[in-house]
Design a protein around this ligand. Structure first.
Ligand code: VG1
Ligand code: CO
Length: 539
């Protein structure tokens, strides 16, 4: 064991989901070591305990795993459980932490961001409940990174990550496990596999785009293996260190291929995709993209059709920018609903306390109390289970949903890689307007309330302020502004636009939101602050 002297970096502040930077930034001498040691220094009582480590297979994954394992050994962990090839999807890692009753886990991913030598990388710590460390811990980690003076590491050859089984690393055991097995077992407990298998056997057709990222092995084993979907159902199913040069982001821009397929003449019954680390999902029925906010609502309304949720839901939680569609389901079913800041770490307490069963975010994240991360394949399997029971198309199910609950037309406009000064000035400008906005009218829209969202955690009593500017209108429409906490270049402004309609109008989203979109730009003076007249991505 060696103690190595080091000097702090000032920029290791975890964001929405861990520390994310460009790969060359992580490759600076001791950058990884400093952060990993700061994680360990923020934790108590792990001597002799298990630590789960895995990542989405992106460039620098294997190097970082070797470093983290050697540091775990030097710091006194008893065992590291690591996925073969260094692979663990984020939800599978969360599950492994829980089933193995590990002390916690380290997940290496920059999720939906591109990978490769010049791409993005990330490190995140998850606690014993399987969920991302709460702010109390991430704040402690950040404080440690700013004063760290040394780290502990064992000098040893690299562990062969491709061989299943156990080996010694210093005094610690390393156990290389099949990344899929435990996760698949969990899915088989939650969903009616025989019913879904029968649906596939009856000719149901699907396409799942793993985007050359981590879900390939999971989707192959579960969809084409256990469920008998036709070979070729899973495309881009081999994880590549650079994701084939693409953004592994399952949205209408980066997963355009399956979107076009779903809208074309030979569309399968269901098209789906997941992101780099497997926690996001994209759902497109034949001819209909289901917005993530609508998907959360529809899954919540129908979850009882799957065996794992037949007892009903305890509550539904959504992040603040996510549309209120899920709230309407909660209200109709007499369930509590919760509105949290962006990022999965805020759902953990609600799930642990048994206050919510299903959670979701507008950013293509949906999940439940089965793990403590959002879960892309889980969402796809729940959809499949619902389709198998209802024997209707995705389109028919969504039309029925809107007839029952009304429809929240919704879009997110991202202005990516704008200059930070401009983005900060824009947010400051909005904050300055908050007091004077209520009561003002813009065309047919009258502002009812405006605030800077803050969250009081009902479980641990913690408060999180400045989580996004909300402008709420008298008719239930809403514009929300926030800056991304996962970007690695400049700032990304996210503008979330929503309008509720009780009647079934069958509008195009762009038409339904036209006035609000124009107002979103005017209110925040987006062009003046960012130089942009149009967003870079609309989802
Ligand atoms: C984005 C999404 C947020 C999500 C986060 C992590 O954060 O908006 O909903 O939880 O990414 O997703 P931000 O701060 O950039 O808006 V994943 O799939 O990264 O880990
Ligand atoms: Co992700």
């Amino acid at each position: 064991m060696t103690t190595v002297a080091t000097t702090p970096f000032q920029d290791q502040k975890p964001g929405t989901s861990g520390l994310r930077k460009k790969v060359p930034h992580f490759q600076q001498r001791h950058y990884v070591e400093n952060f990993v040691q700061s994680i360990f220094d923020s934790l108590d009582g792990f001597a002799g305990r298990d630590l789960v480590i895995g990542g989405d297979g992106r460039f620098f994954n294997r190097d970082t795993i070797q470093t983290a394992m050697k540091m775990a050994a030097a710091n006194g962990f008893g065992r590291v459980i690591v996925g073969r090839g260094g692979i663990l999807s984020t939800p599978a890692a969360s599950n492994l932490i829980r089933v193995r009753e590990a002390f916690g886990g380290i997940i290496l991913s920059a999720s939906h961001n591109p990978g490769g030598p010049d791409g993005d990388f990330g490190i995140k710590y998850n606690a014993a409940n399987g969920g991302p460390a709460p702010e109390k811990i991430t704040d402690a980690i950040y404080a440690k990174t700013r004063s760290i003076a040394s780290f502990e590491i064992v000098e040893a050859p690299d562990v062969d990550l491709d061989k299943l089984g156990t080996v010694k690393l210093g005094d610690m055991t390393v156990e290389v496990v099949d990344p899929v097995a435990e996760y698949q077992a969990l899915m088989e407990r939650l969903f009616d596999f025989p019913a879904i298998r029968a649906m596939f056997a009856g000719g149901f057709r699907m396409r799942f785009d793993a985007m050359s990222a981590v879900t390939g092995p999971y989707a192959h084993a579960i969809l084409e293996g256990a469920l008998g979907a036709a070979p070729g159902t899973v495309i881009n199913g081999t994880p590549l260190p650079d994701f084939g040069g693409h953004h592994p982001d399952p949205n209408l821009v980066h997963a355009k291929g399956i979107y076009d397929l779903a809208m074309g003449p030979d569309a399968p019954d269901l098209c789906a995709a997941s992101d780099g680390d497997g926690d996001r999902n994209l759902i497109i029925g034949r001819g209909l993209f289901v917005t993530p906010s609508d998907s959360l609502a529809a899954l919540s309304a129908n979850a009882h059709l799957a065996p794992g949720y037949k007892a009903g839901l305890k509550g539904i939680a959504r992040s603040m920018p996510t549309s209120a569609a899920a709230d309407r389901v909660a209200e109709a079913k007499g369930l509590k609903s919760y509105e949290t800041p962006t990022g999965w770490k805020f759902f953990g307490n609600l799930l642990d306390a048994g206050l919510a069963t299903i959670c979701g975010e507008e950013s293509a994240g949906t999940g439940s109390d089965h793990v403590r991360e959002k879960d892309g394949l889980w969402a796809v399997l729940l959809w499949l289970n619902i389709l198998a029971v209802r024997q209707e198309s995705v389109l028919a199910i969504m039309r029925d949903h809107w007839r029952t609950y009304g429809r929240n037309y919704y879009a997110r406009h991202d202005y990516e890689e704008v200059a930070s000064e401009g983005a900060n000035a824009l947010m400051a400008g909005l904050r300055g307007q908050l007091a004077s906005l209520p009561g003002r009218s813009f065309g047919a829209l009258t502002v009812q309330a405006a605030d800077d969202f803050s969250y009081h955690d009902p479980v641990d009593g913690s408060d999180s302020a400045h989580q996004g500017i909300r402008v709420m209108f008298a008719d239930g429409s809403r514009i929300v502004y926030r800056l991304s906490g996962t970007g690695t270049a400049g700032a990304t402004l996210r503008v979330y636009i929503e309008r509720f309609e009780g009647e079934v109008l069958d509008l195009e989203t762009g038409d339904a939101l036209r006035d609000l979109i124009a107002l979103s730009r005017e209110l925040a003076e987006i062009e003046r602050h960012t130089g942009r007249t149009e967003p870079s991505v609309v989802t």
